[in-house]
Design a protein around this ligand. Structure first.
Ligand SMILES: [Zn+2]
Length: 199
């Protein structure tokens, strides 16, 4: 995500925390590699999908095939295939708005305290536990694949401080004391082979 300040993100979304993604923000999502560019995704018949406005989806956009094709005998039909813009992306499976997810990830990568992040991204407590869990996981996976940054390497020591990874706040939730948090498992996964793991 190529921004210097959180206010740039806020500007990009026309100062709307919830609701439809403005066209400029959508372009930024494509430029940042969060949403694939047009022409990359195909429908089940192999036609290229286009990004079109949608009044029925939360983000205000949908991938749609608008191809005409010959259906059966002589009647021309229109391909009706459509797909969520979030499907298969970093934004998938979240109840939060695109702005909230981006704000969260941006601040989380800056190592800011979770309470501060929640407040800044307008994320309330009730929806947060699951989402926070998913985000940590996806931010790590997404960030690592995006930048192809691997930690460690042969002979290097990588230390994981599990107390810094969300455990404190949500230790009543999805994993229990003594069990490894999913995000830690994933961090271990992105660490290069041959690195020694510190506790
Ligand atoms: Zn199609």
């Amino acid at each position: 995500m190529n921004i210097e300040r959180i206010t740039e993100l806020y500007d990009l979304f026309n100062h709307e925390i919830w609701g439809k993604i403005p066209e400029n923000a959508l372009k930024a999502l494509i430029a940042w590699g969060i949403i694939p560019p047009e022409g990359k995704l195909k429908c089940d018949k192999g036609h290229s999908l286009r990004l079109v406005k949608s009044s029925t989806t939360v983000d205000g956009w949908v991938w749609r095939c608008t191809e005409r094709y010959l259906k059966g005998h002589k009647r021309a039909g229109r391909c009706t295939f459509s797909q969520s813009i979030r499907k298969g992306t970093f934004l998938d499976r979240s109840h939060l708005s695109a702005y909230q997810i981006l704000a969260f990830s941006y601040l989380w990568c800056g190592n800011l305290p979770i309470n501060f992040i929640m407040k800044t991204a307008n994320i309330t407590g009730e929806q947060s536990a699951t989402d926070w869990n998913n985000f940590c996981r996806e931010v790590v996976v997404f960030g690592s694949f995006q930048d192809t940054v691997r930690l460690g390497g042969p002979g290097k020591i990588v230390e994981i401080d599990e107390s810094k990874i969300g455990r404190r706040k949500f230790n009543r939730g999805h994993w229990v004391e003594g069990q490894t948090a999913p995000v830690v498992q994933l961090i271990r996964y992105i660490i290069e082979d041959g690195a020694q793991l510190g506790a």
